[in-house]
Design a protein around this ligand. Structure first.
Ligand code: NDP
Length: 451
C-alpha cells in the first residue's frame, strides 16, 4: 500500500460517518501520488498524514428566538483546518444539510484553493444547520447574533476570517459583523463580503461567478475556443450562478438554464438583459423561487429536477457546463449525457459538484475539466483583496479589483498547468491544482518542524 493509500484508508476508518470528507480526501490525495516520489522529505515528516487532520474543530450550541417567542436550538461549526500559510479563511454555510463531514470537506478543499490564489490564507470553513429560507429578517438577525455570540472568541483578523457561502450573503454578513463589532468594540477586517459602506470590497459579490468565467475562458483558449456563441448550462440561481450568468453574457455566450433546490427552468432564448435583472430581483430582493421566473416568461419548468437531470432526460445539448449550486449535483449518468451531447468543458462554480465517477467520465471523453478549487477561487481571492484593503484602510476601484481578479484567475490556470506538467500529468488541471496548492502548504509545514 502506498503512503497515500494508507492515509485514505485511515480517514475512511476514522471518519466513516463523513462521506463528503472522505470523497474530498480521496480526490485530493489520489492526485498527490506523483509528489510522493519527488519529496521523500514530506513522507518522512508525515505531511500527508498531518494535512488531513484539522488543527481544531469547534462545535457549539446556537439558541435563538423566533418572532413568536419560541426558542430554537441549532448547531454551529467552525473547522480551522490549516493555517500554515496564513490566517484561516473560508466561508460560513447556513443550510439544513450542514454537518461536521460537510464542513470538514469544505475546509479541507479550502486549504489548497487558498494556497493556489497566491495570497497568504490558510483553510477553514464553518456554518450551521440553520435554514434561512422562510425566516423573517428579524429572525435571521437574531440567529446571526446568537451564532456570533460564540464564534467571536475563535476568530480575528490575524486568526480566522470567515466569509459567506450557501445561505450566507450580504444580509447575514452585515448582522454578524455588526454584532462582532459591538461585543469586541473593534472595527476590523474579521469577516469578508462586507457591505461597501463598512469595509467591503468592490467586485466581492461578483468575484466567484466572474472568476469562474475568466477561468473557463482560459481553459477554452487552450483549444482555440471562446464563449462566443456557446450554449451554457448554469445550475443554481444564488450568488455564484447570478454573476456567472452575467459574465457569460458579457463574453457572448448564452445561458439557457437556472435552478434552485425546487426545480429547473429552461430558457432557450437565454437569461439576459431584463430577464437577468428579474432573476436578480427574484432571488435577492423577493427571495422567491425559480418557478416564478418560468411563470413570468411562460417557459418550461421541471419541478424536482436538477439542470443535469433535464439535460439527461430531454437530451438537451450544451457546449459548456457550469455547476454553481451544491456538492455532488453531477453524477455519472449526467456526465455521460453531457459527453454524448457534445459538451466541451465543465468548470465548477460550486464546491465538489461532480462525483468522482462523473470526473472519470469527463476524462474518458476528453472534456476540459476545471476543478472547483481552481475555477471558483475568485471568491476567496477577492476576499483576500478585501483583507488587504482593510489592513491598508483604503478602497480600490472596481476596475482595479476586477483587473487583479482576472490576473489571479489566469495565474491559477497557468500554475495548475505547469504543476501538472512538472509532475508528469500534463493537461490534468485537477491534479495540477491539487499539487500546486499542496506544495506551498507542505513546504511551510515542513519549515515549522513538528507542530
Ligand atoms: P447561494 O445560497 O447564494 O445559492 C445557492 C444556490 O444553489 C441556490 O440557488 C440554491 O437553491 C441552490 N442549492 C443549494 N443547495 C442545494 C441543494 N442541496 N440542491 C439543489 N440546489 C441547491 O450560495 P452560493 O451561490 O454562494 O454558493 C453556491 C456554491 O458555490 C456552493 O457550493 C458554495 O460552496 C460555492 N462557492 C461559493 C462561493 C461564494 O463566494 N459565495 C465561493 C466559492 C464556492 P435554494 O435557494 O432553493 O436553496
Amino acid at each position: 500500500m502506498s503512503v497515500i493509500e494508507e492515509v485514505i484508508a485511515k480517514v475512511k476508518e476514522k471518519d466513516k460517518d463523513q462521506p463528503e470528507f472522505i470523497q474530498a480526501v480521496t480526490e485530493v490525495m489520489t492526485t498527490l501520488e506523483p509528489t510522493v516520489e519527488k519529496h521523500p522529505e514530506f513522507v518522512k515528516a508525515k505531511i500527508y498524514e498531518r494535512i488531513v487532520e484539522p488543527d481544531r474543530v469547534v462545535i457549539f450550541r446556537v439558541p435563538w428566538e423566533d418572532d413568536k417567542g419560541e426558542i430554537h436550538v441549532n448547531r454551529g461549526f467552525r473547522v480551522q483546518f490549516n493555517n500554515a500559510i496564513g490566517p484561516y479563511k473560508g466561508g460560513l454555510r447556513f443550510h439544513p444539510s450542514v454537518n461536521l463531514g460537510i464542513i470538514k470537506f469544505l475546509g479541507f478543499e479550502q486549504i489548497f484553493k487558498n494556497s493556489l490564489t497566491g495570497l497568504p490564507m490558510g483553510g477553514g470553513k464553518g456554518g450551521s444547520d440553520f435554514e434561512p429560507k422562510g425566516k423573517s429578517d428579524r429572525e435571521v438577525m437574531r440567529f446571526c447574533y446568537a451564532f456570533m455570540r460564540e464564534l467571536f472568541r475563535h476568530i480575528g483578523p490575524d486568526t480566522d476570517v470567515p466569509a459567506g457561502d450557501i445561505g450566507v450573503g450580504g444580509r447575514e454578513i452585515g448582522y454578524m459583523y455588526g454584532y462582532y463589532k459591538k461585543i469586541k468594540n473593534e472595527h476590523t477586517g474579521v469577516l469578508t463580503g462586507k457591505g461597501l459602506e463598512y469595509g467591503g470590497s468592490l467586485i466581492r459579490p461578483e468575484a466567484t461567478g466572474y472568476g469562474l468565467v475568466y477561468f473557463t475562458a482560459e481553459m477554452l483558449a487552450t483549444k482555440g475556443m471562446d464563449f462566443n456563441g456557446k450554449v451554457v448550462a448554469v445550475s443554481g440561481s444564488g450568488n455564484v450562478a447570478q454573476y456567472a450568468i452575467e459574465k457569460v453574457n458579457h463574453m457572448g455566450g448564452k445561458v439557457i438554464f437556472a435552478s434552485d433546490s425546487s426545480g429547473t427552468v429552461l430558457d432557450e432564448e437565454g437569461i439576459k438583459g431584463e430577464k437577468w435583472e428579474f432573476l436578480m430581483w427574484l432571488k435577492n430582493e423577493k427571495r422567491g423561487r425559480i418557478r416564478e421566473y418560468a411563470e413570468k416568461y411562460n417557459l418550461p419548468y421541471y419541478e424536482g429536477k436538477s439542470v443535469w437531470d433535464v439535460i439527461r432526460d430531454e437530451g438537451i445539448k450544451v457546449d459548456i457546463a457550469l455547476p454553481c449550486a451544491t456538492q455532488n449535483e453531477i453524477h455519472k449518468d449526467h456526465a455521460e449525457a453531457l459527453a454524448k451531447n457534445g459538451c466541451v468543458a465543465v468548470a465548477e462554480g460550486a464546491n465538489m459538484p461532480s462525483t468522482l465517477d462523473a470526473i472519470k467520465v469527463y476524462k474518458e471523453n476528453g472534456i476540459l475539466f476545471g476543478p472547483a478549487k481552481a475555477a471558483n477561487a475568485g471568491g476567496v481571492a477577492v476576499s483576500g483583496l478585501e483583507m488587504v484593503q482593510n489592513s491598508m484602510r483604503l478602497s480600490w476601484t472596481r476596475e482595479e479589483v476586477d483587473r487583479k481578479l482576472l490576473e489571479i484567475m489566469k495565474n491559477i490556470h497557468r500554475t495548475a498547468l505547469e504543476a501538472a506538467k512538472a509532475y508528469g500529468v500534463e493537461g490534468d488541471l485537477l491534479a495540477g491544482a491539487n499539487i500546486a496548492g499542496f506544495l506551498k502548504v507542505a513546504r511551510a509545514m515542513l519549515a515549522y518542524g513538528v507542530v
